[in-house]
Design a protein around this ligand. Structure first.
Ligand code: BTN
Length: 295
């Protein structure tokens, strides 16, 4: 089943949020990256907000310069572009907020054992099902911008490009390329129904519906951001922090690595790690985190 803007819109119509936002839905065939396309569109003055999806990305981008792989016509690659009126510094908790919105969407689909691995990995039973890449763009041409339905698009001078890659069906993917990553996809979760990962394996949702559920939860959380940050943090800490209290390895760009114990998040959503008795803080742009698996 191919992605269809009309079908996604019809699912979204069941919740009034997309209408309130005035969200435009665009489905593209093959492009380099939905985040790149969204960025260009913002620069050209496209009305906000919008979401663009691609059936195939030739240069899908992951965090910290990594490549994001997806099967053609089988996964979900989308960029949600929202005008932001809050201060740009307040963006530090947005990856956590979007990650939780994906967790809530999965739970709505009946999937269990969902957690977040700081800063941007959504896991089911410890295996990655989705990744997030958030970028920002100045709306320098906002005076010339066509206005969307929302008043915010007129007031905002910057926008968040929220890139979400969701593994729906990875059966066609080159498994060799993903050897070092523990990953999963929605279809296998529903098909296996083992280890209690889903409440019921009766229904496998179509991609258009899954996309709409992801979007609905994303808009829901974004509409209350950043006022909802304390509640999101408390939910993350009590239930969804995959690394909390675990031994982790931190990998830096220069090849250095540190081992320590994950201690949760700082006030700015940075990762706090106890390294040989000293608490250190790491920014998401600087490190990749790997839980240490005991042998
Ligand atoms: C990560 O896990 O490192 C983040 C992956 C983000 C991938 C998505 S797919 C849609 C959007 N377009 C991109 O080029 N990247 C993001």
């Amino acid at each position: 089943m191919v992605l269809s803007a009309e079908t996604i819109r019809s699912y979204l119509a069941q919740s009034s949020l997309a209408d309130e936002y005035g969200l435009d839905v665009i489905v593209l065939g093959e492009i380099d990256s939905t985040n790149n396309w969204a960025l260009q569109q913002c620069k050209q003055g496209r009305a906000l907000p919008f979401v663009c999806l691609a059936e195939k990305q030739t240069s899908g981008r992951g965090r910290r310069g990594k490549v994001w792989l997806q099967s053609q016509n089988a996964n979900i690659a989308m960029s949600v572009v929202l005008p932001c009126t809050f201060a740009r510094e307040t963006i530090s908790h947005l990856p956590l907020a979007i990650g939780l919105s994906i967790v809530y969407a999965l739970e709505e689909m009946g999937v269990k054992k969902c957690q977040l691995k700081w800063p941007n990995d959504v896991l089911v039973a410890g295996e990655k099902i989705a990744g997030i890449l958030i970028e920002t763009v100045s709306l320098a041409t906002s005076d010339k911008r066509e206005s969307g339905n929302s008043d915010e698009s007129k007031a905002a001078d910057w926008a968040a490009i929220i890139g979400i890659g969701f593994n729906y069906d990875m059966s066609d993917i080159d498994k060799e390329a993903l050897l070092n990553v523990a990953w999963t996809d929605l279809i296998s979760i529903f098909n296996s129904n083992n280890a209690g990962k889903v409440a019921s394996a009766d229904c496998v949702l179509q991609r258009n519906e899954v996309t709409a559920i992801l979007l609905k939860n994303c808009l829901d959380i974004c509409s209350a951001y950043p006022d909802n940050v304390p509640a999101l943090r408390s939910n993350f800490e009590s239930k969804y922090d995959y690394c909390q209290g675990k031994p982790v390895e931190l990998l830096l760009d220069d090849g250095k690595s540190f081992a320590g114990l994950a201690m949760g998040l700082s006030d700015n959503a940075e990762l706090m790690v106890n390294i040989e008795g000293v608490e250190q803080v790491f920014h998401s742009a600087d490190v990749s985190v790997r839980p240490v698996v005991k042998k």
